[in-house]
Design a protein around this ligand. Structure first.
Ligand code: ADP
Length: 488
């Protein structure tokens, strides 16, 4: 583990405050919660474990701060976000190491997440001063139609473990820019990054109560009373579709404004005229970014029958050569999965596919005897009935099936309840645009294996969610439109 010493690890870990952050104060939890390193299974830190009552205290703080924060000048809100962007950029190495430790991703990828995550603060620092309405004359004359944008109010954000920084900044950034206060509940598996982030926001000048963080092992019991509280006005969630459905149901009670980034089942379609070099590079990115643990991960490789063999062989070669190991070690490209349950799920999906006739080109096994490592795996001739074609794999496994006509390829791509992202590789502009129009997803990558960009609207259709994060659309999720009719 050249480079990262034990002293460096303990320096970064000891810099993280481990309490609950409520109303600008660090307070103890009702107990503590252990955070594990998935590459060793060892405990990295103990953080506060909030009780449901403490969750409501955090909401109290957000409610108390809402009016003043909404009245704070947009430029001031923007400059706090800008300062937070600068601090994050300065401390990129610390945040990257923290994420690698608690989540497992290789350090270069963690550094990439700091760049990506920080950019949401910069983007929304620029959006804070561009919130505007309209003024129009009614078609029948006389009445003037004035529309204004106002912050929706206190927000509850629930974030997942796979991108510990970026999933927080892309909710906190627009909320703060819009003038909303927020309670953040990070995933219990990776809370350290969010705790470090709120400390940094305070240093950037954020007033007390505007962002509150509650870490807890009791996600459901803590969340439900917050969601059912009439003072809350919005929930924003990134996580699995089943949990998202539950939260939407709970949100119905107070008719909350809802943003949901849920599961995916991304098709990666390679047409007969694709540039295979680009397709294989794109496949590595779309499949292996974040160890395959991304809702945007390519889940089904749908490849034209004339190029499937070559594509599969080249992908298997590249994936088979990838270095698996602890994310803090030099040259590692594939870290551990998040926990034993994730390894179990991936293993059983592979076993199911093989039972149904799939062939293993590379991988298909766990790696090592500690931590949660799974080898990069490519499967061909995967029958369409295999479980991994309908479920999110969330691991480094690429299943390939083939198609003969464009219509068949598109039909296969759309044959899922999910609709987050799709990737298509073709050298034909006509085909690219036709396919992009026909794919039933919120996002499409053409000849590229990554679509995430803070300046673009991220989000899905169908069971993949409601709402968009980033782009010009991102701030709208945190604003209400008020219309004022004026008789002249
Ligand atoms: P994953 O399968 O990726 O862990 P989850 O949807 O289970 O996705 O978790 C995403 C986030 O949702 C985490 O912060 C988790 O603690 C939280 N969570 C899980 N179940 C609930 C629930 N019933 N109510 C509120 N939050 C929940």
């Amino acid at each position: 583990m050249a480079g990262i010493t034990a002293a460096r690890i303990s320096e970064v870990l000891s810099g993280v405050r481990t309490g609950l952050f409520i109303g600008g104060e660090w307070v103890a939890g009702a107990g503590t919660l252990a955070v594990e390193d998935p590459s060793t299974g060892e405990v990295l830190a103990e953080v506060a474990d909030a009780s449901p009552a403490q969750g409501l205290l955090a909401l109290d703080a957000a409610v108390a701060a809402q009016k003043d924060w909404a009245a704070t000048d947009p430029r001031v809100r923007g400059e706090i976000l800008r300062k937070a962007f600068e601090l994050l950029t300065q401390r990129a190495e610390d945040f990257a190491l923290l994420m690698t430790l608690e989540m497992g991703k290789p350090l270069p990828e963690a550094r990439g997440e700091v760049t990506y995550g920080a950019e949401f603060f910069r983007w929304f620092s620029e959006e804070a001063v561009r919130i505007a309405g309209r003024y129009a004359t009614a078609p029948s004359g006389g009445t003037r139609l004035l529309t204004m944008k106002q912050p929706v109010g206190p927000v509850f954000a629930i974030t997942p473990w796979n991108f510990p920084l970026a999933m927080g900044t892309r909710k906190i950034g627009p909320a703060l820019a819009a003038g909303c206060t927020i309670v953040v509940k990070p995933a219990e598996l990776t809370p350290l990054t969010t705790l470090a982030l709120v400390d940094l926001l305070t240093e950037a000048g954020l007033p007390a109560g505007v962002v509150n963080v509650v870490t807890t092992s009791k996600a459901a019991a803590l969340s439900e009373p917050i969601i059912r509280d009439p003072r809350l006005r919005k929930i924003t969630f990134t996580g699995s579709t089943p949990v998202g459905r539950t939260l939407i149901e709970q949100s119905a009670q107070q008719v909350l404004k809802v943003s949901m980034e849920l599961g995916g089942n991304a098709p990666f379609v390679v047409f007969e005229d694709a540039n295979l070099d680009r397709a294989v590079d794109g496949a590595i990115l779309a499949k292996m970014r974040n160890i395959g643990e991304a809702c945007t991960a390519a889940n089904r490789f749908i490849v034209h029958e004339s190029v499937a063999q070559e594509f599969g062989a080249r992908l298997a070669q590249r994936m088979g050569d990838m270095v698996v190991g602890r994310g803090i070690e030099d040259d590692v490209q594939v870290g551990p999965l998040i926990n034993a349950a994730a390894v179990q799920k991936v293993s059983s999906l592979v076993a199911d596919a093989v039972d149904h006739g799939a062939k293993v080109l590379t991988g298909g096994r766990t790696v090592g005897d500690r931590g949660y490592f799974y080898a990069p795996t490519v499967l061909t001739e995967v029958p369409r009935t295999a479980g991994m074609f309908s479920q999110e794999i969330f691991g480094p496994v690429a299943p390939i099936t083939t198609f003969a006509t464009d219509a068949e390829g598109i039909e296969l791509a759309n044959d899922t309840e999910f609709g987050l992202v799709a990737y298509a590789f073709t050298e034909s502009l006509t085909r690219a645009l036709t396919v992009a129009e026909r794919l039933e997803t919120g996002m499409v990558g053409i000849n590229q294996g990554i679509v995430s960009n803070p300046a673009a609207p991220f989000g899905g259709v169908k069971a993949s969610g409601i709402g968009r994060e980033g782009g010009l659309e991102g701030i709208e999720e945190y604003l209400e439109t008020k219309y004022v009719g004026i008789a002249l």
